[in-house]
Design a binder for this molecule. Structure first.
Ligand code: DQA
Length: 146
């Protein structure tokens, strides 16, 4: 089975982007951490990042097709800023029925009020934030038990 790990806008800048909030590890470090977690559970990793909302929608649809054929373990979605704006991502998750963890590196609830609302949380099976990039590995550990 495959785990989709999808990353939204500006996460390609991890490592140099506001390191006091997001840490010093790069997106490639995150990919490697996810690879290690998937290997531990005998899962295949599909890891993507895009700055474009529609591309993220397309990847959720792709995961949805895999879900329909029994090949999907789950999705980890860090939709980044689209979390707080995107009805399209919410509809994609609802429309495909993919089992999904909403993930944030930072504790969004301890930050600006506009980060406190998520459009996608109501369609997520689980929500996690504030564990730093280690959260990705923890989310994959959880998905392996679904
Ligand atoms: C984020 C939190 C979002 O509010 C922000 O827009 C991001 C990253 C996080 O991982 O902490 O880009 O999703």
């Amino acid at each position: 089975q495959t785990v989709y790990v999808l990353n939204g806008p500006n996460l390609n800048l991890l490592g140099t982007r506001e390191p006091g909030i997001y840490g010093a590890q790069t997106l490639d470090d995150v990919r490697q951490l996810c690879e290690v977690a998937c290997t531990r559970h005998g899962l295949t990793l599909a890891f993507h990042q895009s700055n474009h909302e529609g591309q993220l929608v397309d990847w959720i649809h792709e995961a949805g097709r895999l879900h329909a054929s029994g090949g999907l373990a789950g999705v980890v979605l860090n939709a980044a800023a689209y979390t707080h704006t995107s009805v399209a991502l919410l509809d994609a998750i609802k429309g495909t029925g993919v089992p999904l963890v909403e993930l944030h590196i930072s504790n969004v609830h301890a930050r600006e009020p506009f980060r406190h609302h998520s459009y996608i949380a109501t369609a997520a099976r689980a929500v996690m934030c504030g564990f730093g990039v280690a959260g990705y590995g923890l989310a994959i550990d959880a998905i392996a038990q679904w």
